[in-house]
Design a protein around this ligand. Structure first.
Ligand code: AMP
Ligand code: MG
Length: 353
């Protein structure tokens, strides 16, 4: 995903990545006819995070910059809770539990796990944060350059399923019904972090901003008095090309796809998204799925789910007027773009795939 102006953006990314070793955050103050925009870019949650806030509607440039710093700090806090790459995170501590052990969770962690579990039910098990045993099995196979044996897949699949999560809402406790279960919030944490960053920006007086956590984004307010934020969805196979551009106001847009992260085994492309029902990485039906929702947590969950569900996922989206989606699918050796009804009016701006 990208947002205009693209020329400046590319320059900024180059600066940030070269400064990555020092974990630096690059800052730019962009002056245009519509006023001052402050933009900061950093590396977080394994991705490039960009936050841009417009100094208007009573907000100064210095206040915008301070608000962005607080938003970054909030995202770092969220990463500290939900990262499976950190041994001391709340999620990692949950993952050390054996069957029937119990842990009391923070309200925040219990809430995000609860929302994720609710979406497992809504998506018929296509989205499931208990997918980690399968994610780990496929990661191991990748590092060993082999496909997992079907017995290994069956064994891992037996430890996957939100129905084996025991949640007590009153006491805010969690336990696993089976040994060897583990949670992976990689399909929802970036969207949640973007929502938290937006909440902090709002609290600090920002009314117009965009937060983009590596393709999980939220557009708050407008870019200027005359223009709303405009977000482009990248072409999954042509670097630099966009498939659609959408004006967005107070809305989230998140993309999942096989082109962002994938690995090759025996000359085949494997997605990082696993179908928990079959135990296999999703096939090449859905190349990418972009979801628009009132919040980025929901959009993140559903974008991952749509990669698993394919066409059936589109019906789920169209059943809720607050949601929209753009799906790129393989068709007859080429690519096909499918949009939800709410986006048909933008089809004129579609470029040939
Ligand atoms: P995203 O990039 O938001 O689509 O999330 C992909 C990440 O979510 C993967 O790297 C895994 O950590 C995790 N994941 C993979 N498959 C699933 C699934 N079916 N449901 C929930 N999370 C998943
Ligand atoms: Mg996701």
């Amino acid at each position: 995903m990208t947002s205009e102006p693209s020329g400046k953006r590319i320059l900024l990314l180059a600066i940030t990545l070269s400064a990555a070793a020092a974990a630096a955050v690059s800052t730019a103050v962009i002056l245009s006819s519509s006023g001052v925009t402050v933009e900061k870019t950093g590396l977080m949650m394994g991705t490039v995070v960009e936050i841009r806030a417009v100094a208007r509607r009573g907000l100064t440039g210095a206040q915008a910059e301070a608000a962005i710093d607080r938003a970054f700090a909030e995202m770092a806090r969220v990463e500290g809770i939900f990262s499976v790459y950190r041994k001391d995170s709340e999620i990692s501590r949950i993952n050390t539990m054996k069957a029937a052990e119990k842990m009391t969770l923070s309200e925040e962690t219990f809430g995000l796990i609860g929302k994720s579990v609710a979406y497992s039910a809504k998506t018929g098990g296509a989205f499931d944060i208990t997918v980690k045993p399968l994610v780990d099995l496929w990661a191991r196979a990748k590092s060993e350059g082999r496909l997992p044996a079907s017995e290994e897949i069956d064994a891992a699949r037996g430890r996957v399923g939100s129905q084996y999560l025991v949640l007590d809402e009153g006491k805010r406790t969690i336990s696993f019904a089976k040994d060897g279960m583990a949670l992976d919030l990689g399909g929802v944490a970036k969207g949640y972090a973007a929502d938290r960053a937006i909440a902090v920006l709002r609290k600090n007086g920002v009314k117009d901003a965009i937060v983009n956590a590596g393709g999980d984004a939220y557009c708050l307010g407008r870019r200027s008095a005359f223009r709303s934020w405009k977000v482009g969805v990248r072409h999954p196979r042509k670097p630099g090309a966009l498939i659609i551009e959408l004006p967005l106001e107070d809305r989230a847009i998140d993309t999942s796809g096989d082109y962002e992260k994938f690995f090759m085994l025996a000359e085949r492309r494997y997605s990082h998204i696993i179908d928990p029902r079959s135990g296999y990485p999703v096939g090449d039906d859905v190349v990418s799925a972009t979801v628009l929702a009132p919040d980025s947590t929901t959009a993140d969950i559903l974008a991952t789910a749509l990669c698993v569900l394919g066409e059936a996922g589109m019906r789920l989206i169209e059943g809720d007027p607050a949601l929209d989606a753009i799906m790129i699918r393989m068709k007859g050796g080429g690519l096909e773009m499918v949009t939800s009804k709410g986006l048909r009016r933008y089809e004129e701006s579609e470029k040939a795939l």
